[in-house]
Design a protein around this ligand. Structure first.
Ligand SMILES: Cc1cc2nc3c(=O)[nH]c(=O)nc-3n(C[C@H](O)[C@H](O)[C@H](O)COP(=O)(O)OP(=O)(O)OC[C@H]3O[C@@H](n4cnc5c(N)ncnc54)[C@H](O)[C@@H]3O)c2cc1C
Length: 306
């Protein structure tokens, strides 16, 4: 056990992060036991790209930091039982450069390419981003559209939580003290299912002003059998545009029906004014980006069948 908390000379000896106990663990069992010891005051350290800045500004003050990076076998992308399993230490860059993802999960490939910048992508993890639940996180919106789920493991065993239930509120999730996200489960799209992720950002590497994930599943007649729409940065967490999804059901994905779904999504969004734009501007971006994401999804389905 190591106590950490560096002195800062310009601040009269005040520490930057609050004092915390650093536990470097080498197995999932060790991690679970360290998390159980720390109770509600323990936090997992994965890529550290969100947690370390939050600790630096004392927005997060965990008493115990459980560093899972030495654990072997937690970095993987593997298909199993109709889904892609993404391990707790799989970095954004692993996804960005995966041929499997590029070939079979185009919406994920879209996302991996626009999360932050290459430096952050080399360290940050998909599981960490979903656990962190920033309202402007790219992966959470895409996970809603894809109907992904989260596997939480504790000393008592594992449970699978649907992404809709996992995202509780800004920066909070459905994990109980002592639970570790061991993997995220992402349904494998069949030949009639495709998605797309589109993001507007002020500059490359920025968090989204607004971003949208759109997924369509078509039946044999070409009608919409399923739709998923996830909105990023226009609510307390990523939002699922449920009314917009219903608008699409049952008919063909024509431009007119996509436009109606985009209008419905704009109404469902709940943006706040900030330095990235006004409420009206962001609502209009939702409308434009939903139409763009769904049109791309539709075109990708056509492309995958030809
Ligand atoms: C400059 C910069 C720009 C960024 N831009 C974007 C952006 O455009 N889009 C975007 O989506 N994100 C962005 N991010 C955030 C980035 O994607 C992070 O990688 C991500 O939010 C957190 O992943 P991490 O592995 O770094 O998690 P950490 O920082 O290690 O942890 C984040 C939180 O999740 C918890 N956690 C992590 N892993 C687990 C686990 N396995 N089980 C339980 N809890 C866990 C931690 O305890 C902590 O509370 C940016 C970050 C930076 C520094």
């Amino acid at each position: 056990m190591t106590k950490v908390g560096s002195l800062h000379p310009l601040r009269g000896g005040a520490v930057f992060p609050a004092i915390f106990e650093y536990r470097r663990v080498a197995s999932v069992d060790e991690a679970l036991s360290a998390l159980a010891d720390g109770g509600g005051d323990a936090r997992v350290l994965a890529g550290g790209q969100s947690l370390i800045p939050a600790m630096r500004y004392r927005l997060a003050q965990p008493a115990v930091l459980v560093d899972i990076n030495p654990i072997g076998g937690l970095s993987y992308l593997k298909e199993d039982s109709g889904a892609l399993k993404i391990g707790a230490l799989t970095r954004h860059a692993d996804i960005e450069f995966s041929k499997l993802v590029r070939d079979k999960y185009p919406m994920m490939a879209d996302v991996a390419y626009v999360v932050a910048d290459p430096i952050v992508r080399n360290r940050g993890t998909l599981c960490g981003a979903i656990a962190h639940n920033d309202p402007a996180a790219d992966w959470t919106a895409a996970a809603l559209a894809a109907r992904a789920s989260v596997v939480a493991t504790s000393a008592k065993g594992s449970r699978t939580i649907a992404i809709d239930d996992f995202l509780v509120d800004s920066f909070s999730n459905a994990l109980q003290p002592g639970e570790l996200v061991t993997e995220v489960v992402w349904p494998t799209p069949d030949a009639r299912t495709r998605g797309a992720y589109v993001k507007v950002e002020r500059k490359v590497g920025d968090f989204a002003t607004v971003a949208v994930a759109g997924r369509l599943t078509l039946d044999a007649q070409g009608n919409v059998a399923g739709a998923g729409i996830g909105l990023c940065a226009v609510g307390a967490t990523a939002l699922r545009a449920k009314n917009a999804e219903k608008t699409l059901a049952g008919g063909p994905p024509t431009d007119e029906r996509i436009a109606a779904a985009a209008e419905a999504a704009a109404k469902e969004s709940d943006p706040a004014e900030d330095t990235r734009g006004s409420v009206d501007f962001k609502r209009d971006l939702v409308r434009v980006l939903v139409a763009r994401a769904l049109t791309t999804a539709r075109d990708r389905i056509k492309g995958s069948k030809s």
